[in-house]
Design a protein around this ligand. Structure first.
Ligand code: ADP
Ligand code: MG
Length: 384
């Protein structure tokens, strides 16, 4: 039996905004430099430990190299389902961490140094593909969950809801979702921009963020490696009927980036009307996700039914979280315990997260809840 594979969350602390600096707001979150963050404010004094802490001065590259993303790309090539979550309060830098700043215009793309985890992972994946003689077939799908509706961000025309179904062999899946093949960085970058805010994905302006994402977005890269031969044997081509001596069967992995809509307190963001309906849907699905994660973090004996069906988000993430057909490892107080899902034969999962927090005292309560949430998620680990 292999040792469990565990990728604990990383924390990224956003720089103070100009408005906060102007108002003389003091940062209340400090990186202590050894993987811990310290929160100190009037009635709070707490230290949290994580796999990595990126402070306000950290570059996008440092986050990519330090968060284990490169290893995750390799795991996806090896046939694992890998998921990257970005979570945290609205305006805390989730979209920035995943995609970099929004391009000012098509003619003025973001500077290469500012590209996010997604673009860096695509480059890494395509490099690997080339170095392996292009034996990887890559494709992408891009969905958003807006007001509890699943929509395809790659389909042309106005967005419409797609049905989310369940089958014994596939688990939860979205019917008629587009899956687009790509072979170059230009194509996948264009697909990303096509679906991303503010072109398609729902955003609204409110008090904490001018482009606040009002939906959860899931970009999935499917990685199929064609059957290959081991050194010293004949090369097997994809059309070659059945495996020959020395051949390894093809593998099918995936890399999913989840940009969660930020939790928010309606009072602070000044949301009303449609915005507050959106906020309630966002908060409700994040609550369902938090609930599933806290149940999954319990030792197996104490674990009850995991309510994936409570929201579209948890249904779509069931596979990543440990639901249908993966072997899940949960770190209990006294070591590792295995758990299992219902369907057999699907690939295991790796699950790292990047939690984003604002250092501002104005966001203290949300920051504390993000850090608690991340510490809880830290105990949900999976086994390749
Ligand atoms: P979220 O997706 O969490 O709501 P965004 O990623 O949209 O937040 O970030 C809010 C604003 O802060 C954006 O204008 C973004 O460019 C800026 N920002 C976020 N993180 C950083 C960072 N690490 N360095 C500089 N600017 C950042
Ligand atoms: Mg966002």
């Amino acid at each position: 039996q292999q040792p469990p594979h565990c990728v604990p969350p990383a924390i990224r602390v956003l720089p103070l905004t100009c408005t906060d600096t102007r108002r003389g707001v003091r940062p209340v979150v400090h990186s202590l430099g050894d993987g811990t963050v310290h929160v100190s404010a009037a009635r709070h004094d707490a230290t949290f430990g994580f796999s990595a802490v990126f402070d306000a001065g950290s570059s996008q590259e440092a986050v990519f190299e330090g968060s284990g993303m490169r290893q995750l790309v390799e795991l996806a090539i090896e046939g694992f389902s890998c998921t990257v979550f970005a979570f945290g309060q609205t305006g805390s830098g989730k979209t920035y961490t995943l995609m970099g700043p929004l391009a000012q215009s098509e003619k003025q793309p973001a500077a290469p140094g500012l590209l996010g985890l997604m673009q860096r992972s695509f480059s890494c994946l395509l490099e690997q593909s080339r170095s392996r003689g292009s034996d990887l077939a890559l494709s992408a799908s891009y969905l958003e969950i807006y007001n509890e509706q699943v929509r395809d961000l790659l389909s042309p025309g106005p967005p419409y809801a797609l049905p989310l179904r369940w089958s014994k062999t596939r688990g939860f899946y979205v019917e008629n979702q587009l899956n687009v093949d790509f072979e170059s960085l230009e194509t996948i970058t264009e697909l990303l921009l096509q679906g991303a805010e503010p072109r398609r994905r729902r955003t609204s302006a409110h008090a904490l963020n001018r482009h606040s994402s009002r939906s959860h977005a899931l970009l999935t890269i499917h990685v199929r490696s064609r059957a290959v031969s081991t050194p010293g044997s004949l090369i097997i081509t994809p059309r070659c009927g059945f495996p020959q001596a020395g051949a390894r069967p093809g593998k099918q992995g995936s890399l999913c980036f989840v940009d969660l809509a930020g939790s928010e307190r309606v009072k602070e963001t000044g949301s009303s009307g449609e915005l507050s309906v959106e906020a309630n849907n966002i908060n409700r699905s994040l609550l369902a996700l938090g609930h599933c994660i806290s149940l999954l973090a319990k030792p197996r004996g104490k674990r009850t039914h995991i309510p994936y069906r409570d929201s579209k988000l948890t249904r779509l993430l069931a596979r990543s979280l440990g639901g249908s057909g993966i072997t899940l490892m949960v770190r209990g107080e006294d070591g590792w315990e295995g758990g299992d899902g219902g369907v057999t034969g699907s690939s295991p999962v790796a699950l790292p997260q990047v939690a984003c927090v604002s250092p501002s005292s104005r966001c203290l309560s949300e920051t504390l809840s993000t850090l608690h949430y991340a510490s809880r998620a830290r105990r949900v680990t999976t086994k390749p």
